[in-house]
Design a binder for this molecule. Structure first.
Ligand code: HEM
Length: 444
């Protein structure tokens, strides 16, 4: 524990080389806000033996906007050929655009209703007491993965496990995570094991659902002239495929792309798996941490409770996004430098980094930089949404961002609407990177 909030850098400079990064790592997690503040004020670019940290909003956004210079190479061994491991190339542009179109933003009001119903269903059954991480924060997105994304026919517990190990190995098993060797190997082995299971499941899903999707598509093509005629006669105004199965996987299976677009059934499978991996553990962490943040602050909880009761969710959602600034799912993103570059050129903290340098853009620090956040230490719910980094920034900005933007606040909202909601202790991370246990109770 650092007792004097202004002496992190003194301690850092005095430490032996081998101890420098471990110290930084500890502060990033145990006392990020005062540590980042000192960095912003005294050393906005901190070069450690392990990696280089960027603390200012401008430097963070600049670096994240140059994907060919600051790359996601560290993702490559973790996620095979998924779009996320590609930097500003044809595959990334093509597959991200296709998937963004399929995740039609016009769905969002319905998605929010779906989330509310799934969430209410779980809470109603819980009888006033729930271990909220496993039975709610993971279970609601897993159900949405089935019902909206269309990854049907698998046990939700399996979906949760597959997402968990993939997220763990990709985002929390990097050299700068300093995991003991045996744990690092075990996490990698788990990811390998679940990825094989996920691959088999996706192949089975396609085999099972492709004939149905194609049959529905053919039927819809047959009925199209009739529907058009009805529409012209004013007898029917809705879309012809209204009654078809509609989820993201079925949309993917019903779409046919010309060979030249290069989005075949294999790429379809990879992208269907990506929907699952991205959705569960991220949501679970964000929702658990925001709930805890609000429950620990009675004056905010009151405000949140009043906003939760309003028809328009905007005020409530703003509270959630502001809370997530204080308890984000991670204090940083990470990139690997591909070619020599001078960050913050022309400023007093200009720093030249060489190829191979790992960069940690401290997105949480950027969200406390007064340049973009006035009175950053205060909780101000009505901030400019565009300055938050909750869903990343730049070309790798989250594919599921808009789904997450209804999923996370609606899940928090449903919990806070329970009568006299309270926590029994805090979140238990069980020494890992994710919330694992958090007990809540309320009066029914
Ligand atoms: C709801 C389902 C979700 C899906 C399908 C999803 C999927 C993805 C994908 C595919 C990317 C990579 C995009 C690219 O490389 O171009 C991404 C990035 C990201 N996602 Fe999500 N995500 C979801 C939810 C979330 C949630 C709930 C959060 C956090 C609260 C989150 C945080 C992020 C962040 C921070 C990045 C940026 C990673 C980077 O720049 O290296 N995602 N997501």
């Amino acid at each position: 524990m650092n007792n004097n909030t202004t002496n992190y850098l003194e301690q850092y400079d005095a430490a032996a080389d081998a101890d420098k990064y471990p110290l930084v790592r500890g502060w990033m997690y145990s006392e990020p806000l005062p540590f980042f503040k000192e960095l912003r004020e005294k050393r906005p670019i901190l070069v450690t033996p392990e990696c280089t940290l960027l603390a200012l909003f401008d430097d963070v956004t600049d670096v994240l906007n140059m994907p060919k210079v600051f790359t996601v190479e560290l993702y490559i061994p973790k996620m095979a050929d998924y779009l996320m491991a590609h930097d500003d190339d044809a595959l990334h542009t093509r597959e991200k655009s296709i998937m963004m179109g399929l995740l039609n933003r016009d769905d969002l009001p319905q998605v929010r209703v779906m989330v509310a119903n799934i969430a209410k269903g779980i809470l109603d059954k819980a009888n006033g007491r729930i271990e909220v991480v496993n039975d709610y924060c993971r279970m609601v997105p897993a159900t949405l993965v089935q019902d909206y994304f269309g990854l049907t026919g698998a046990d939700r517990k399996d979906l949760i496990e597959w997402s968990y190990w993939n997220q763990y190995n990709t985002f929390h098993n990097q050299p700068f995570d300093l995991l003991p060797e045996a744990l690092s190997k075990s996490v990698a082995d788990h990811q390998k094991e679940v990825s094989e299971k996920l691959g088999k499941y996706i192949a089975g899903l396609i085999l099972r659902r492709l004939p149905i999707a194609k049959a529905e598509q053919a039927l819809s093509a047959l009925l199209a002239p009739l529907c058009l005629l009805k529409k012209l006669l004013g007898l029917q105004s809705s879309r012809t495929d209204k009654k078809l199965t509609d989820d993201i996987v079925s949309r993917m299976l019903r779409s046919t792309y010309p060979h030249a677009v290069d989005f075949d059934i294999k790429r379809l499978g990879v992208n269907a798996g990506g929907l699952l991996i991205g959705a569960i553990e991220t949501t679970s962490q964000a929702v658990s941490q925001v709930i805890q943040f609000l429950l620990e602050r009675p004056e905010l909880l009151d405000k949140a409770f009043n906003a939760a009761k309003m028809d328009d969710p905007k005020a409530f959602d703003n509270i959630v996004w502001e809370a997530l600034r204080f308890v984000p799912i991670a204090p940083y993103l990470f990139r690997k430098t591909a070619s020599e570059f001078t960050i913050a050129k022309g400023t007093g903290h200009a720093t030249t980094v060489s190829p191979g340098t790992i960069i940690l853009p401290l997105t949480q620090s950027a969200m406390f930089d007064p340049k973009a956040f006035e009175s950053p230490d205060e909780f101000i719910a009505e901030r400019n949404w565009y300055h938050y980094f909750h869903f990343g920034f730049g070309s790798h900005e989250c594919l599921g961002k808009y789904v997450g933007m209804v999923l996370i606040p609606e899940m928090v909202r449903q919990v806070l609407l329970r009568q006299d909601i309270k926590a029994d202790g805090g979140i238990d991370y069980k020494s890992g990177p994710f919330p694992e246990q958090y007990n809540l109770f309320w009066t029914n």
